[in-house]
Design a protein around this ligand. Sequence first.
Ligand code: KG4
Ligand code: ZN
Length: 356
Amino acid sequence: FLHKLVLGIETSCDDTAAAVVDETGNVLGEAIHSQTEVHLKTGGIIPPVAQQLHRENIQRIVQEALSASKVSPSELSAVATTVKPGLALSLGVGLFFSLQLVDQFKKPFIPIHHMEAHALTIRLTNKVEFPFLVLLISGGHCLLALVRGVSDFLLLGKSLDIAPGDMLDKVARRLSLIKHPECSTMSGGKAIEHLSKQGNKLHFDFKPPMQRAKNCDFSFSGLQHVIDKTIMQKEKEEGIEKGQILSSAADIAAAVQHTVACHIAKRTHRAILFCKQRDLLCQSNAVLVVSGGVASNLYIRKALEVVTNATQCTLLCPPPRLCTDNGIMIAWNGVERLHAGLGILYNTEGIRYEPK
Ligand code: KG4
Ligand code: ZN
């Protein structure tokens, strides 16, 4: 019964998270501290504030994950920590803490690429073999990649500007949805989804971006500016001040969500066709994994289902708590890397530790 045990630590953005996962994928313990509430108040993440909050919470969160798992640091096989990409100040807190820990307990350190971790999460919950396609859509991420192995990714497309969640957050802020009685505690994206149910998407006609671009890239900032202008015009028409809620807010939300869903679905369709034509994906049983905070949007998921049904693909989404940033995906990425014989690093003195 000597399973390998990996502690995963994540601080790349605004969540301080840790988890212990064993080599078969059992989650033995996890803990997370979200800074969302603080950042909602300031209208976005201020990096030094995020850094300070990570510093205040990391010790406790790692301790909680370890205690919940009943694993002591000396029993760990390795510590896996997100080292990129992300906010440098935030990443630094997790990295510094982890290096101290591996130094103290003489453990191997596994540096984790945050996007690799998001992409591999599905293998913790479902039996998914390589290769598969992954679509990552959140507040900070927007990419389409073919996952050929644990650290073998072919990037097929990415956003040329901002991520879809970032755009939805900006539109929600512009619509002052935080003042809406039903939406005040929701993220921007969730508020848009919620309000869309009360609106008519046909009342506004926003064009999906990049309709003629023969690639799988995305773009959201042009669309966002068009929406901003529309909101400004509506505010004039309705004679309301900036900061008040438009009577057409639900219609705008529905049209925005529809346009974003169309754009994401079309780019994903192109990626599936690209891979199938070149035999990069299984013809009969190709898998599309969709993850990230925006993946929890059911309207966007429906749009993606239309695409996967038309191309004989299976659409898979990790459960919501694994779609957003968490420590489990980092620990699991560590397990995958150990299995693949990849990515073991040095301690703070530069001594290399090989995993047993
Ligand atoms: O993955 P996540 O928690 O954090 C990162 O950005 O990495 O994603 C958060 C993003 C936010 O932009 C939020 O507005 C968006 O995901 N989001 C949604 C929904 N729930 C969260 N977007 C659309 N529909 C939702 N239901
Ligand atoms: Zn993420």
